[in-house]
Design a protein around this ligand. Structure first.
Ligand code: BG6
Length: 483
């Protein structure tokens, strides 16, 4: 707590890096893969930066061996990737696509060949479009059975080789952007009632998959990954302190409490009921959520930034402000819920070109909060800096800003560990550059520069950035080199 303790990472600490199928694979209709909601969404004019798609992405589908060899050279301990549901079940349910299973078997074997622990995300936002056409995807409770069937297929096919499973990636983000702000599929605006209903379906899908994993004898570790944006009250004015409390109940604990305790936060639920937007919860659901909460092994945290909370008057800002998807600093607007909270900029923090605050302490804050509140081990499943990178004429990439960002966050994580948090893994976002959903290919996160831009005919050659060599050293010394 006093920051004087030595930062030490456990000897079996998993230094990793992460990706997601849609953002990296490409091969969008290859070997029997079906269309996903994202394959369809990006074809609607104006939805993504310069109309970028993941049709080819960074061609990992064909270059996975090269990418994993680069991970091995670096000494990576774990690689977190997601499975494209529509590669396994092109229609979401029904017939299994053997070629899809084969691809992921090969990918997993390639990791294991180099002693890289595969960490598999079951759902990272790309939903088979057939399920949307058939019954509305996540909007219909049928999704729970189809998701569980798909998850069970993965447990059966890969369960003997995969020991780390993430059920859902950032349920809070894909539902918020999908049903409140229309920026992700299905592109619905302000459908609050559906937003909470969709979330309830997703919670049930997560919970039933966790229970199924145990029933199938799975003895690895399983949990969900949450996009955790911890909050600080603007000042000690009671109305601002209360706005932070409300923000946490509505924006953080609404998800974390269900994963960790199997119940919704009471004040938030009361508020939703009063507004008539609470989800329909069937008899027996609560028991299932509670059972799953007892069975999860970790809380997955994707951490990028913290936020500030201030009271927002009834005629104040809405959740629908402009989001910066261009990298033009200062182009995002303050958002909030009228009468509850708003999130002004933090005057003490610098921001990225996409207006995300840079706050290493926030990472420790997340770990401490989870440890105190849920007493669960933690996997940092994403953390990284999206930036414009420049490849020099000699093919070097000097991303010292990324090294600085990651170094400060790793230090803060080390402090969390020395203060009693049990952290199993740290995955940077991302290993190679990849498609940033709404920001095209210019917002880069990787240790490996991929020679492509918004133009699909680019060569896709891989180049090591300076941060690649920095992380290699961090892994080699188990974090000691940044003391
Ligand atoms: C997380 C997602 O929200 O943040 C990733 O899990 C995403 O898929 C990452 O790419 C960074 O976000 P962005 O919008 O900068 O690509």
């Amino acid at each position: 707590m006093d920051n004087t303790t030595k930062r030490e990472f456990p000897s079996d600490f998993l230094w990793g890096s992460a990706s997601a199928a849609y953002q990296i694979e490409g091969g969008y209709l290859e070997d029997g893969k079906g269309m996903s909601n994202w394959d369809a969404f990006v074809r609607i004019p104006g939805k993504t930066f310069k109309s970028t798609t993941g049709d080819i992405a960074v061609d990992h589908y064909h270059r996975y061996k090269e990418d994993i060899a680069l991970m091995a050279q670096m000494g990576l301990k774990t690689y977190r990737f997601s499975v494209a549901w529509a590669r396994i079940y092109p229609n979401g349910n029904g017939e299994l696509n053997k070629k899809g299973v084969e691809f992921y078997n090969n990918l997993i074997d390639e990791c294991l060949k180099y002693n890289i622990e595969p960490m598999v995300t079951i759902f990272h936002w790309d939903l088979p479009q057939s399920l949307v056409d058939e019954y509305g995807g996540w909007e219909n409770r049928n999704i729970v059975d189809d998701y569980v069937n798909y998850a069970k297929t993965l447990f059966k096919e890969f369960g003997n080789k995969v020991k780390y499973w993430i059920t859902l990636n950032e349920q809070n983000i894909f539902t918020s952007l999908g049903w409140l702000t229309a920026q992700h599929p299905p592109g619905k605006f302000d459908d609050k009632k559906m937003f909470y209903q969709v979330n309830h379906h997703a919670f049930m899908a997560h919970a039933k998959a966790v229970i199924a994993y145990r029933e199938m004898g799975g003895c690895g570790k399983i949990g969900a990954s949450f996009a955790y944006t911890p909050s600080y009250a603007l000042d000690c004015r009671p109305s601002n302190a209360m706005s932070k409390y409300n923000y946490d109940d509505l924006k953080n604990f609404w998800w974390l409490d269900v994963y960790g305790y199997g119940r919704y936060p009471k004040a938030a639920m009361t508020y939703l009921k009063r507004k008539g937007i609470a989800p329909e919860i069937k008899q027996g659901d609560e028991n299932i959520l509670k059972k799953a909460a007892m069975e999860i092994d970790f809380m997955g945290v994707n951490y990028y930034q913290s936020c500030v909370c201030e009271y927002n008057p009834m005629d104040g800002v809405t959740p629908y402000g402009t989001m910066n998807t261009t990298g033009v600093k200062g182009s995002s607007q303050v958002v909030g819920i009228p009468g509850i909270y708003k999130n002004p900029a933090n005057p003490y923090l610098m921001t990225t070109d996409w207006d995300w605050s840079i706050d290493p302490v926030g990472l420790k804050y997340c770990c401490r909060e989870i440890t105190s509140r849920y007493n669960l081990p933690i996997i940092i499943s994403e953390n990284g800096l999206g930036a414009f990178d420049k490849k020099e004429t000699d093919n070097s990439i000097h991303d010292d800003y990324r090294i600085k960002y990651l170094e400060e966050h790793v230090k803060s994580l080390g402090e969390a560990i020395s203060e009693g948090c049990e952290v199993l893994a740290y995955c940077t976002w991302s290993f190679t550059d990849l498609l940033s959903w709404l920001n095209g290919y210019q917002k880069r996160y990787g240790f490996i520069y991929v020679d492509r831009d918004e133009n699909d005919s680019a060569p896709m050659t891989r180049y090591k950035k300076d941060s690649y060599f920095w992380y290699k050293k961090v892994i080699e010394t188990n974090g000691k080199c940044i003391e």
